[in-house]
Design a protein around this ligand. Sequence first.
Ligand code: SAM
Length: 184
Amino acid sequence: MLEDKERWNKRFVEFPMPEHVTGILEKYIDEVNVGEALDVACGTGRNTHFLADRGFSVDAVDISDYALSKVKKHAAINKIDADLDKYNIMPNKYDLIVNTNFLNRRLTSQMKDGLKSGGVIVFETFILAHGDFKHETTNLDYLLRKNELLHTFIGLDVIYYEERIDVNLRGEKVKLASLVAKKA
Ligand SMILES: C[S@@+](CC[C@H](N)C(=O)[O-])C[C@H]1O[C@@H](n2cnc3c(N)ncnc32)[C@H](O)[C@@H]1O
């Protein structure tokens, strides 16, 4: 959506994303065969850069041209400027698919199909919560429900799953779900 592009271009300037790799990806990277990776909604590339440095070839997809301009030029990084509301993941291509701080339910079955046998998915994003919890988005469709992430990928071999309370970039309390799972 054009609206997403404009909103995210503006937001990256106001709230730059951290540059350090997502903790769960760093922790479980040794579970993954080095090869082809997909970083879904890669943002400014913190996870893409980590994977390229580890020897992966990375397809880094995002709608924000501002964010993609911050992704380093690197022989192993293929920047893809695309709308994930329409983009389709190539089946049976990836050793690793990473999705952090983003949710598009249309893509979850494509992610399973996109993994090679033995491929791993690392997925972490926000859960709808109530009370003291703040939400970066006003569109509740972008938030997971309780246990949803586990249910979505239950057909894979789940290596790790957690739902926990954390703090976002603005210091607000949020709920996060994290999953690492392998395709048999
Ligand atoms: C919170 S950022 C997360 C970035 C990165 N995954 C990370 O954890 O650092 C969400 C990203 O989703 C991208 N995004 C939002 N809607 C999109 C769409 N329809 N198509 C592609 N990317 C989109 C934004 O541009 C932004 O880079």
